[in-house]
Design a protein around this ligand. Structure first.
Ligand SMILES: [Zn+2]
Ligand SMILES: [Zn+2]
Length: 132
């Protein structure tokens, strides 16, 4: 199974690429269609000048204005993960619910290597965590 890759950042609500020890990981989460009007993709709201409000606590439909809480929306999405396991070097890909857990005090998206079951942690970037 090959995961669908985003053609541009515009299609994603989340995208990151990291090096973890000897491995690496790429995570992306596609935007989802508005459940109400089904005519546009849910995304971060924009201000009057069209600038994306990245710190917004909600997602909004640009067509009908439907909004949903940030966490509620993100928890309903699937994250696509492509990884090279830092423990065994296995290259794999998987989909996992886009749900972060608090691990060692940091919001973390944790997946397991399909081959050796090692944990692969995609933590929220520190500078994001500190800004509160
Ligand atoms: Zn809508
Ligand atoms: Zn592994």
């Amino acid at each position: 199974m090959a995961l669908k890759k985003p053609a541009s950042m515009e299609e994603c609500i989340y995208f990151t690429q990291r090096t973890i020890g000897k491995g690496e990981v790429m995570v992306w989460v596609f935007k989802q269609q508005c459940p109400k009007c089904k005519k546009a993709l849910m995304g971060k709201p924009r201000d009057k000048k069209g600038k994306v409000l990245t710190r917004a606590k909600e997602y909004a439909c640009p067509k009908c204005g439907y909004t949903v809480g940030k966490e509620e929306h993100e928890n309903s999405l699937m994250a696509c993960v492509e990884y090279t396991c830092p423990a065994c070097g296995f290259k794999g890909e998987k989909q996992a619910p886009f749900k972060r857990k608090l691990i060692d005090g940091v919001q973390t998206l944790r997946i397991q290597c399909e081959k050796c079951s090692a944990n692969i942690d995609i933590t929220k970037k520190m500078k994001e965590a500190k800004k509160k």
